[in-house]
Write a protein that binds this ligand. Sequence first.
Ligand code: BG6
Length: 477
Amino acid sequence: MTNFKFPDNFLWGGAVAANQCEGAYLEDGKGLSLVDLLPSVEEGRWDALVDPQKTMATKYNYYPSHESIDFYHRYKEDIKLFAEMGFKCFRLSISWPRIFPNGDETVPNEKGLEFYDKVFAECHKYGIEPVVTINHFDTPVGLMKDYNGWANRKTIDFYLNFCETIFKRYKDQVKYWMTFNEINMILHIPMFGGGMDITNAENPEEMKYQAIHHQLVASAMATKLGHEINPENMIGCMLAAGTTYPNTPNPNDIWKAMEADREGYFFVDVQARGYYPSYSKRLFKEKNIQLKMEDGDLEVMRDHTVDYVAFSYYSSRLTSADPEVNKETEGNVFATLKNPYLKASEWGWQIDPLGLRITMNAIYDRYQKPLFIVENGLGAVDKVEADGSINDDYRIDYLREHVREMGEAMEDGVELLGYTPWGCIDLVSAGSGEMKKRYGFIYVDRDNEGKGTLNRSKKKSFDWYKKVIETNGTDLA
Ligand code: BG6
């Protein structure tokens, strides 16, 4: 039991992304998403992510996103199960190449729009509020190939055309939007975050920050547009969060940790406060970055800040100022040392529920805007017993402790709109392309090679989460 009482309108739900669950990768006029080019981990997914040109030219044997879990054809069954758990909201993304197959068309693909008409209608049938990510790692391949994605300013217009189309079409269906998923991912995996290739850039850092500038302008313009089309719209930004701890009390380590956090805050500083942070001047100088801006860019950022700050939280991070010590972190998307006080998942992601409370307080102190936890969860291997049951107590433990700390943070005064654990139904892992890294309350019978019936079944955590929602977070046992 937590002492905290969640507000009656608290948005309990779950989260997915189009490219990781829909499948039907070329159906009804959909174009290719960059994720559709990515193979499994065995065939070199990581290499593919860092070298888009090579990836576009390579034929792999297996592409996990092509069928994924076939949400495209099974959404009714899946949403029914979400409703049975009592979901108040469901976070999903709209596949950009399903609506604009190459990305630069002026006229949208009607069939693609119809799919989301049906999905939103199904949600509302059960009183589930859709929470929509506009761009979740799936820039159309056409934009990557013909324009180098967000490195090119023209992509702002293509994105805004996409935004205008969906804001208008789903005006009465969707109120909660997020402009970009994990916007800071572009710094670490520019192909995922920016649909772009930096391998031949003279100054890759400059190219990344130019693309970031384009995204930040686009995000502010989308916020403006969204509010004009429907003043009721709640438009948020979305950060891959997780506070960075210093490895020791050495002030050098403390400073390093602060710098690491600022890497991510940089984005939200603009999106939530409306201007480039003071430390950006030095950052640009040291990285020899000269941003190209147009008249009006800074004004639109200033005048159109977000309504809420959404974020994903899987773990805290740990860093050292000593390069020898920090060596251990090389190769991680978000560099982190092993924290001796924490246990880790089978994929090495460290488990730190109190870190969620720390992160929530840090973000809220900084921005004073409502927060929304739109991803959190444990990727684990699940075992199906002979009787078909799946006893994922480890997942229940993980979520219970995080929900508890979420309550504590709210008791601390943090305003939180809702909680949507990641991969509420098993789906393809973004990082590794695996199916065996499962997050769901609902099991999907499919393996890493794409074999399986795709049948859905409830895990033990399904009933647990149902009870949490039913009791509005008072019974976490
Ligand atoms: C976040 C992404 O980075 O983490 C999701 O927004 C992703 O798309 C999730 O799936 C978990 O990562 P992974 O690699 O375990 O799928």
